[in-house]
Design a protein around this ligand. Structure first.
Ligand SMILES: *Cc1c(COP(=O)(O)O)cnc(C)c1O
Length: 406
């Protein structure tokens, strides 16, 4: 065994020689996706890159549910959100933000940083935005004082997913420019940007697409481009209009993360080979299995019924359990990496992601490891009961496919 400067328990060369990521991004990537990044560089203003960019856009359109143009930006998801705000608004404009957690608040803070006046539609943590409350707020805005509406598809900090079809219906004909953070939502469940008439939808590579971080993708509707043409917020690198100027030549304005684009190309190919319906079903099944297991272990779901995310399960811990200790045991002894709480929720919740190249066996193993970590904290549980509950969710599918085969 190789010597390691740190204690063997936290070292890759120690008892655990691989780490499986169950955090909500970045996620475990399939080997062909990783290998794509080892390819030699190409000219980012040459024909191969133009073809690659075209393939990415073509492959992403059905995932966004759009015919719109999609800009490829060299940045994380937050950069895509900043590009949306900076490109679509002017200082002094008013936006309605409907955060349901840390990421929604971040989007509101980006708007504030660009000089926008932000009004909040408050939702208690753990709940999704109430479409009726949004509708009421917008109906009251007869003068159309709101220039923008900021929404989160899937709130990674609380394990909550908004009903984006219902929110679209609640917005109705209000003329505000709609911005949707679907960084941890897109690809994992159906999204219909055009049918729901959202203007700017932002995602990134390192969540449900199961590709390393480094590219954000921003889809912009025809109406979104009209708003962008009028917007005056200061911007340079994150200017969607400039990205659009270069798109017809199959280029990006600045040097793009070419290796991540190679990986994304393979990720998108794998996504469509699996089939969107199967990808949606996989995330839903994994989330249900984790919820079934953890509720059986008497850990409380942080998200309310009907607001559960399919990409991350958030759990509230009893007072006597330490989130940090559980996460440390999982990481060091089982190679299972799960998330903790952010900001106000630090130390209070655990978050288990479903995204990435994970198998049912990986999920069962992680639940088993969680049981062991809980036992280490003298938490009373029936050994194997969580694993069994997850197993039962998976057996529904196995039984269904056995019937199909019969
Ligand atoms: C991950 C994530 C982001 C982007 O975070 P980055 O670290 O900038 O990629 C934004 N919104 C949500 C909901 C996310 O889950």
């Amino acid at each position: 065994m190789l010597a390691c400067a740190r204690s063997s328990a936290v070292c890759y060369h120690g008892p655990v020689n691989r780490h499986l990521l169950f955090i909500p991004g970045p996620v475990t990537c399939a080997q062909p996706v990783l290998e794509a990044m080892a390819k030699p560089m190409i000219d980012h203003r040459g024909p191969e890159f133009a073809a690659l960019l075209a393939r990415i856009e073509r492959g992403m359109r059905p995932i966004f549910g759009t015919q719109a143009e999609i800009e490829i930006l060299g940045c994380s998801g937050t950069g895509g959100l900043e590009a949306a705000i900076a490109s679509a608004f002017s200082p002094g404009q008013r936006v309605l933000a409907a955060p349901v957690g840390v990421f929604g608040k971040r989007l509101a803070n980006i708007a504030r940083a660009y000089g926008l006046e932000v009004e909040l539609l408050d939702t208690p943590y753990g709940h999704a935005v109430d479409p009726a409350a949004l509708e009421e707020k917008l109906k009251a805005d007869r003068a159309h004082a709101f220039d923008g509406i900021l929404l989160t598809h899937n709130e990674t900090s609380t394990g909550v997913q908004n009903d984006m079809a219902a929110l679209a219906a609640a917005i109705g004909d209000h003329p505000a420019t709609t911005i949707v953070d679907s960084v941890s939502g897109l690809g994992a469940s159906p999204f219909e940007m055009d049918a729901w008439r959202y203007d700017i939808v932002v995602t990134a590579t390192q969540k449900a697409l199961a590709v390393p971080p480094g590219i954000s993708m921003v889809a912009v509707s025809a109406r979104g481009w009209e708003r962008i043409a009028q917007a005056k917020a200061p911007r340079f690198y994150l200017d969607l209009a400039r990205a659009r100027e270069f798109a017809p030549q199959g280029q990006t304005p600045w040097t793009p993360p070419v290796s991540i684009a190679f990986a994304l190309d393979v990720g998108i190919e794998r996504y469509h080979a699996e089939g969107a319906a199967n990808v949606y079903a996989r995330h839903d099944r994994y989330a249900r299995a984790i919820r079934a297991a953890t509720t059986t272990l008497r850990l409380e779901l942080f998200s309310q019924p009907n607001a559960h995310s399919v990409t991350v399960v958030a759990l509230r811990l009893p007072e006597n359990l330490s989130a940090d200790a559980i996460r440390r045991t999982l990481r060091e002894e089982a190679g299972v990496v799960i998330g903790g709480g952010q900001q106000d929720l630090k130390g209070k919740i655990l978050r288990i992601g479903t995204m990435g190249a994970l198998t049912q066996t990986d999920i069962l193993g992680a639940i088993g490891a969680l049981e062991i970590a809980l036992l280490k904290q003298a938490y009373a549980l029936q050994v194997g009961s969580g694993v069994r509950a997850a197993f039962e969710v998976f057996l529904e599918k196995e039984a269904a496919s056995a019937l199909v085969g019969a």
